[in-house]
Design a protein around this ligand. Structure first.
Ligand SMILES: Nc1ncnc2c1ncn2[C@@H]1O[C@H](COP(=O)(O)OP(=O)(O)OP(=O)(O)O)[C@@H](O)[C@H]1O
Length: 503
């Protein structure tokens, strides 16, 4: 039977202060459907890369399994789908039927095979790559965030597909998706890594229970830490006094205590010795109590630099149609977005929602017909999907966007981004961390209208909740696209604008 045996695994990237994995041991069975969860930057992708043998580490990873990684790297997007899928799966022409069989289970038709890969929608690309991956029945699959480019229907198809498979690790922040798919959970938290036999709900129940008792414990521990710290400073003072008395004796000084000098010196030395060991014990008790607090994430409310718009009308679209390669994409849409409204665009993946947003923001070549206009005083904060290639320093990023560095660093902290996680170059950040950098910028810059393109992609569950709470509290004027049904239902003030394909 195939297993992955991990013993005392320790790893950190060069220049990192803390280990991502520190003496971590685990045994994984080849039949498991293991969900890998945890806040952004905790090391999920790194863990998959360690299994793939990409980085040197301390400890042992022993396995008789072969691994495949999703998303597979694609060298040439202009190649036909069939060629790309043969490349990534290692199959030859006589074995293409294996790919077709898997594609069929994912609702993809054979005619896609002869199209250039670049013409598939992001959701179709995801499904095609998963189909190619699962042609190999002997391999343990490592699937890193498959849902990001999938719309609601696509997520359902992929969830049902994965449910019928076995032997994989899947990383996802989509709770609803992952819950349908997995039978084990590996959770990477602040201070510990835990394995659960069950699905996301099992983990959530246990996590909530632990969090509740940790929260109660936290108040108690903080009082204890305060008390111990007071004791420590008192002891330090005693030790200082004792030292003084001892040196006064040594230099023939006068003690204000009328005692025999030999006895006094002896006593002072004893007090000092005792004080030192009490201090040592107290300090190690403080460290121990502090380490117990480390697994709790302090979730603080976010803030938004939102200025109420002066005018009631924000954005007006009149019979607006957009185009790609001279093909009109949508039936005309018309709306008048007013102050305090939050409007959501709906439509399947690859349909042209991002094109629509770019056209609204003024990219003239994308506008086919109709008109779009903002009111004069509108100041837009645009959160684009193009954050995956962020690079350079955080200082340069903040300067470029005219946001004060301390302000954006503080916002990142609120988003659960630990200061120690900052690398010299933003390109080294995890996907969720990169998303947080661009999100922090949008939260910090002054604006009276927000256009957000899939803001929740790559973000961990806690951050998603923080954003939802913020929007419900501040009630800003917004136009957005997102595939998270719960989020959209909670924040939209109007029925979604459904983009219909142009006939
Ligand atoms: N090449 C690298 N060099 C230095 N640090 C890195 C590198 N790659 C990742 N890191 C850091 O290692 C940590 C773990 O990154 P990883 O991508 O494994 O996180 P993750 O849990 O997959 O996050 P997410 O949920 O955002 O995808 C992060 O703090 C990240 O900034």
């Amino acid at each position: 039977m195939g297993t992955i045996q991990i013993k005392n695994l320790s790893f950190r990237y060069d220049g990192m202060v803390n280990h991502i994995f520190d003496q971590f041991s685990l045994s994984i069975d080849e039949s498991w459907k293991l969900g890998l969860i945890g806040r952004n930057g905790r090391g999920k992708t790194t863990f998959l890369n360690l299994l793939l043998g990409k980085y040197p580490y301390h400890g042992e990873i022993q396995s008789n399994l072969r691994f495949n990684y999703f998303p597979q790297p694609i060298t040439d997007f202009t190649k036909n789908v069939v060629d790309v899928l043969m490349d990534v799966s290692g199959l030859n022409e006589s074995e293409v039927w294996k790919i077709q069989l898997e594609m069929d289970q994912l609702g993809l038709t054979d005619d896609l095979l002869s199209r250039p890969f670049s013409t598939l929608s992001p959701g179709e690309q995801t499904k095609a790559l998963l189909a190619a991956m699962f042609t190999d029945k002997e391999t343990f699959q490592l699937i890193d965030e498959p849902t990001n480019h999938l719309d609601i229907a696509g997520r359902q198809v992929v969830a049902s597909y994965l449910k019928s498979k076995r032997g994989f690790i899947v990383v996802s922040h989509d709770r609803y998706f992952i819950d349908q798919v997995i039978d084990h959970v590996l959770s990477i938290d602040r201070a510990k890594i835990q394995l659960f036999d069950g699905n996301y709900d099992t983990w959530q129940r246990e996590f909530d229970r632990e969090n509740l008792s940790e929260k109660n414990e936290k108040a108690h521990l903080q009082t204890e830490i305060k008390r111990l710290s007071a004791t420590a400073s008192q002891v330090k003072q005693w030790a200082g006094n004792a030292e003084n008395k001892k040196s006064k004796k040594a230099y023939g000084g006068q003690s204000n205590v009328n005692l025999d000098k030999g006895f006094l010196g002896h006593k002072a030395a004893k007090v000092m010795k005792r004080s030192k060991s009490t201090l040592k014990r107290t300090e190690s008790a403080i460290d121990e109590k502090k380490s117990l607090l480390r697994n709790i994430d302090d979730v603080v409310p976010l803030t938004l630099n939102y200025k109420q718009p002066h005018q009631d009308h924000i954005l007006l679209l009149n019979d607006f149609q957009v185009q790609r390669n001279h093909n009109i994409l949508n039936e005309p849409i018309t709306f008048d977005l007013t102050k305090d409204q939050r409007l959501v665009f709906e439509g399947p993946n690859g349909f042209g929602k991002t094109t629509m947003i770019k056209a609204i923001l003024g990219e003239k070549r994308l506008i086919a017909r109709g008109s779009s206009s903002f009111s004069k005083t509108v100041k837009v904060s645009y959160l684009t999907q193009e954050f995956e290639t962020l690079s350079g320093s955080i200082e340069a990023y903040a300067k470029h966007h005219d946001v004060e560095l301390p302000v954006s660093l503080n916002m990142l902290k609120k988003l659960g981004f630990e200061r120690s996680a900052f690398t010299e170059d933003l390109s080294e950040l995890s996907m969720g961390q990169k998303r947080k950098v661009s999100l922090a910028r949008s939260l910090c810059e002054p604006a009276n209208f927000y256009i957000w393109d899939e803001p929740l992609n790559y973000l961990d569950v806690i951050t998603r909740r923080q954003i939802q709470k913020l929007i419900l509290k501040v009630k800003p004027t917004m136009l957005l696209i997102d595939h998270d049904r719960d989020f959209v239902d909670a924040i939209a003030t109007e029925p979604p604008i459904e983009l219909k394909k142009y006939r």
